[in-house]
Each structure stands twice: as C-alpha cells, then as structure tokens.
Design a protein around this ligand. Structure first.
Ligand code: CTP
Length: 411
C-alpha cells in the first residue's frame, strides 16, 4: 500500500449523496486519495463536477462505460489501484445487487471485481431499511466480509422519523481508517492462536439440551481478524450457525467436555488462547437419558453436575501462553466480578461485557466491552463485533509482543 492510500468512493442515488462530498473531504483530510464512481441515479442528486473538483480526478460514470465494452473493462481495472472501496450512500437497490452478484452498472461491476476491503454505509427510508429483504442482504454482505456502517436514526428526507439515515461522515471516515490500519497490521504474524466460539449444549435426552444464547459472532470475528494479522488460527466452535472463516482451521465441539478435550489437546502448541465461548457450567449428572423422555410425570427433576472449568485447567497446565477469558456479567457491578475471574482463573486478560444491555452482546452484531488486565482497564465503546475484535487483538498483540520481546517473535 502506498503512503497515501487510494479510496474508491462509490456514490449511489439517494438524497444522502450530497453528504458523500463531505465524506470525500473527510477522507482527504485523513490523507487519502479519493476516486469517485457514481451511478446514473446518483448524478441526479449531485453533479459529477462536484466530486471531480473535490477529488481532482475524473469521476467514473456509467455513460462512459456504455460507449464500448473495452472502456468498461479499463474502468474496472482502474479500481484495482484502490486499497479500499467505500460505498456511501448505498441504496437498498445497490445493496441488493451486491448481495446477489448483479453487475449491471459500473459501480456494481467494480464491486464484484474488487477483492480488497469494502465498507458500505446504507441510507434509505426506514421501511426499506427494516424490510426483511434488505436486512437479509446486509447480513449476507457482512457474512462475506463487507463492513457495514449502520445507518442512524433521525428525521429522514421523506419526513418519516426512524432508522435509515446515513451514518455521520466522521464515523464512516473512522471505519475506513481502522480498516486501512488493519490491512497494514501483521502483528500476530507466525503466532499460533486458539479461539473458542459459540455456546456448548449439554444433552438431557435425544432431543433436549441445556444451552445458552451465545451466537459465536464475537469468536468468529476474532478468528477472522487474527488470521488477517498473520496468525495461524484454530477455532473450536460450539453450535455456531455461520459460514466458515477462510484460512482458519475449524473443529466442532458441541459440549463442555468435548471443548475441554479439544483445548487441552492443542494447548502445548499454541501461543495465545482466547476463550470467547460460553461454556456450560453444569451437565446432566448421570449423562443424557436414552431416546426421548415422554411427559408421563408431573415433575421431572434432573440432577446436574459441574463441568470442568476449562480455563482453570489450562491455568494448571499452561507454559506461558497468553490467556484471555470473557466474562458476560449482568450490570456494571459485574466489572468487579470479572476482575475476580481474572485472578481466580489466572488469566492475562479478561474481556467484560454487560449482558443487562439489550443493544449489545448475545445475538447482536454489536458489542461494548471493557478489557481488564492485572493493572489496566480499557473501555471499548459500542461498535460492530468486527471492530471490537480488532481492538481486542490490538491489546493482545501489544501485550504478547512486549512479554516475549520483539526479537524472539516467530518469523
Ligand atoms: N469458562 C471455561 N470453562 C467453563 C466455564 C467457563 O473455560 N466450564 C470460561 C469461559 O469461556 C470464559 C470464562 O471462563 O472465558 C468466564 O466464563 P463465565 O461463564 O463468565 O464464568 P464462570 O467461571 O462460568 O463463572 P459464573 O458462571 O459464576 O459467572
């Protein structure tokens, strides 16, 4: 990547297109060279001359691409110079095309041909944003690695009040800066990282289990981010319904006992363990009943027995690996309980999140956490789980590097 990163800014046809000019200025102020591609609809809201003047580059338009097939290919090739693509505002229509691989204009063709990081800032009417089709498309894009800067709530151009308003240009600039920084980061290069994700399920009989609400999103985001930073990543997952993470070795461990066995098997060969999984504390004492238990009785008492605490066992057997735990606690007073777990489980770091909040945590794409170590506490404000994962890894990488000394890092 050159010193001045090149940003390909895609502008689509919504009233928020005028805010793309402010975004362009913000990206330039952050030392980025911005090239603009507009859809035909976008040019009805803002003239290409505005972007041409501000960016000092010719604006790519569909009109030119329609002249000859060759010029269209040239323009798609042009996009390869860019380090990152940002589509802001992104209409429901463009998002739908991206999710379905439709390349019927220059911008959507460029998106399909672009193999690097893509950031999208949706902007549309509330009903369009909340429509299951749009939500499904956004989810698909996220699963494929596109970073979505969520729209905010407020008064919309149509007079409605609700969500759908394009995120503030400053927060889009911040996301682009973070993504560019991450592209440059190789601070876990050669390190062997083991991550657990999801929630274990302890069977009661053939059809029932004791489970929890963990989705695995946080652990998956950590695995992907660690791989991007150059680590060899093993991911032990429990009941996660998400696509595989490219480059990461994944293994299923559906119960606490299976996860315990998988972690202990790998422990001697790793440098860092991140236990993001929600592991059941209890299992059925006598093991699951055979078949399906019928409802022949008024009461059904099940004796439970404690599972092995994986991190406590790791603490007994580890040889200097960096150990990170997670603590899902109810309410802010949980910080003290998380600190207690840090000490009791002899961890190097614990990541606390407050499960009393409904806008973050379980099932959500968002999180807000506090990172606790023996002598520090850092608050990471509410952000997408991918962003939180990067910030957690910043802290882990820094701590591991200072512990082992830069000189002895794996090549
Ligand atoms: N953990 C573990 N083995 C278990 C239970 C939890 O290794 N059997 C790990 C989790 O993966 C997490 C950390 O311990 O990283 C804290 O988990 P949490 O459920 O918050 O704490 P518990 O020790 O189970 O304590 P409590 O349920 O009393 O809050």
């Amino acid at each position: 990547m050159a010193d001045q990163p090149v940003v390909l800014l895609g502008v689509t046809g919504g009233i928020a297109a005028y805010k793309a000019a402010e975004l362009l200025r913000g990206l330039q102020k952050a030392n980025m060279d911005v090239r603009v591609v507009m859809t035909k609809a976008a040019t009805r809201f803002v003239g290409p001359m505005t972007f041409e003047t501000l960016s000092t580059h010719a604006v790519r338009l569909d009109e030119i691409s329609e002249l000859t097939a060759d010029s269209r290919i040239t323009h798609i090739d042009d996009s390869q110079e860019a380090d990152i693509m940002v589509i802001a505002p992104a209409t429901a229509n463009t998002i739908a095309k991206m999710a379905n691989g439709i390349a019927d204009n220059l911008l959507s063709s460029m998106y399909l041909a672009f193999a690097k990081t893509v950031v999208v800032a949706p902007a549309m009417n509330t009903n369009m944003w909340e429509h299951p089709a749009t939500q499904r498309n956004v989810l698909l894009l996220r699963e494929r690695g596109v970073f979505v800067v969520e729209p905010g709530a407020g008064e919309l151009a149509c007079g409605d009040y609700g969500s759908g308003r394009m995120a503030n240009p400053d927060s889009i600039v911040a996301e682009v800066k973070l993504r560019l920084q991450v592209q440059r980061k190789r601070d876990l290069r050669g390190m062997r990282v083991l991550i657990t994700a999801g929630g274990t399920r302890e069977p009661i009989d053939a059809v029932r289990f004791i489970g929890n609400r963990s989705s695995g999103k946080m652990g998956f985001a950590l695995a992907r981010a660690a791989f991007d930073r150059g680590a060899h990543v093993d991911l032990i997952q429990a009941n996660v319904d998400m696509p595989d993470v490219p480059g990461v070795r994944q293994v299923e461990a559906s119960t606490a006992a299976k996860m315990h066995a998988q972690v202990m098997k790998r422990l001697p060969d790793i440098d860092i363990l991140i236990m993001a999984a929600a592991v059941a504390d209890y299992r059925v004492a006598d093991g699951p009943a055979g078949g399906k238990v019928g409802k022949g009785k008024d009461e059904w008492c099940i004796d439970l027995a404690a599972t092995t605490d994986i991190l406590c066992d790791v603490a007994e057997h580890h040889k200097g690996q960096y150990l990170v735990g997670f603590a899902a606690e109810y309410g802010l007073e949980g910080v003290a309980r998380a600190r207690g777990k840090l000490e009791r489980k002899k961890l190097d770091m614990i990541v606390f999140n407050d499960i009393s909040r409904t806008d973050i945590g379980f099932d959500s794409d968002y999180n807000e956490v506090r990172i606790l170590t023996k002598d520090s506490e850092v608050l990471l404000g509410r952000a997408q789980k991918e962003t939180i994962a990067e910030l957690i890894l910043d802290n882990v990488a820094q701590a591991v590097r200072s512990r082992i000394g830069e000189g002895s890092l794996p090549a």
